[in-house]
Design a binder for this molecule. Sequence first.
Ligand SMILES: Nc1ncnc2c1ncn2[C@@H]1O[C@H](COP(=O)(O)OP(=O)(O)OP(=O)(O)O)[C@@H](O)[C@H]1O
Ligand SMILES: [Mg+2]
Length: 230
Amino acid sequence: MLLSVERINVSYGRARVLSDVSIHVNEGEMVFIVGRNGAGKTTLLKTIAGFLSPEEGTIRFGSDKVNALGPEEMALKGVRYVFQDKRVFTKLTVRENIQLAAYAAGVSLSEAVDKIVQLYPPITRFLESKAGTLSGGQRQILLLGRALIGDPCLLLIDEPTEGLAAGIIEEVFKVLEMTRRKVSMLIVEQNLAVVRRLADRVYAMKEGHIVAEVNTPEDIQNQTLLEEFL
Ligand SMILES: Nc1ncnc2c1ncn2[C@@H]1O[C@H](COP(=O)(O)OP(=O)(O)OP(=O)(O)O)[C@@H](O)[C@H]1O
Ligand SMILES: [Mg+2]
């Protein structure tokens, strides 16, 4: 097992946001988390990424207990977090944005650029444009590409298709599909069409709890089963 979250509790100050949450991700798996606004999905990803610490419970990555590790240490272990807010360095060019990620991951700029161009060839036209001029979907693809530089083990992706137009959702989908099996992924997603097409397993969250695990292909394709949780 690559990632194992065992009965964690997480609070902001005195407000308990995650209660007794347990999930796992196996090597090569693509696992989704669905749930309504405020269910605690982002909090769960941030906790795994090391931005928050659980008060109780255990997070294991490989065979190591990682409860107390911060985001830099988790990144060194190969865990990358793609934030919900699609934030890029707007005043830098796309190439410079890639360069920062390449530097952080210790790979050459040309290797990093090649990797992103492979995932999304149209990016070639925008390499010298300011990242602030990219559409929401192009930013998301840039962020996914950046996260993949340096061969991470686990990507944590927070609502990759949120707020995107239908056409570009398909492009983001393609990037995720190309990455499938090469990197393990834990993805928060409210677009059930995307979930159905990609998920190996799905967890549903409600009010800080995991309320269901959907783990057979038939149940994942069931039109009404997952809708209940949104
Ligand atoms: N920094 C914070 N301080 C205090 N409370 C917070 C903080 N961030 C989130 N919360 C609260 O924690 C709960 C869970 O928030 P979280 O962002 O994890 O939900 P979410 O499932 O990701 O929602 P969304 O679908 O809107 O992104 C919400 O009630 C939210 O108001
Ligand atoms: Mg969220």
